[in-house]
Design a binder for this molecule. Structure first.
Ligand code: FES
Ligand code: FES
Length: 169
């Protein structure tokens, strides 16, 4: 079957099998491998993308179900070479180690900050509660998202230097 959707602002059309999942469509048909595939059982959340502005686990969505929808992946967070504040936050506050969970975490964080620009730590933890990180213990992920909330326009000259490991503890 033929499916057409908008991905990161561009219209794409492909012939796909009806059973193809969105995560495989993005990775295998479009080469957008920033969307990771971890469990395929809707547990890990590393496959999170946006569909019409809402985070979804793309291993639970058929590519055909995304027809006519607006999909955004981690590759669409950066704009004109400028990192999203969430990406800056993860970089500065050591929000990742292996990085496997990171794309999904960042997309969930962006969605949270778009609807709630000043979340509490508890609200952040609730927002990412459907996603698993095996490395960080979540503390630096939460700190990264708080950094992004505090810097909605990105880094200022005063914040130009990355956080140190000591300051992230
Ligand atoms: Fe989708 Fe794990 S691959 S939730
Ligand atoms: Fe390794 Fe989160 S940084 S799973």
């Amino acid at each position: 079957m033929q499916v057409t959707m908008t991905v990161n602002g561009e219209s794409v059309t492909r012939e796909v099998e009806g059973r193809m999942l969105l995560v495989h469509f993005l990775r295998d048909e479009l080469g957008l491998t920033g969307t990771h595939w971890g469990c395929d059982t809707s547990n890990c959340g590393t496959c999170v993308t946006w569909m019409d502005g809402e985070p979804v686990k793309s291993c639970t969505v058929l590519a055909a179900m995304a027809g006519g929808r607006e999909v955004r992946t981690v590759e669409g967070l950066e704009k004109d070479g400028v990192l999203d504040p969430v990406q800056e936050g993860f970089m500065r506050c050591h929000g990742l180690q292996c990085g496997f969970c990171t794309p999904g975490m960042m997309l969930t964080a962006r969605a949270l900050l778009d609807r709630n620009p000043h979340p509490t730590e508890q609200e952040i933890r609730e927002a990412i509660s459907g996603q698993i990180c095996r490395c960080t213990g979540y503390t630096t992920i939460v700190r990264s998202i708080l950094w992004a909330a505090e810097h909605p326009d990105g880094p200022t000259p005063a914040a130009a230097e990355p956080e140190t490991a000591g300051s992230a503890s």
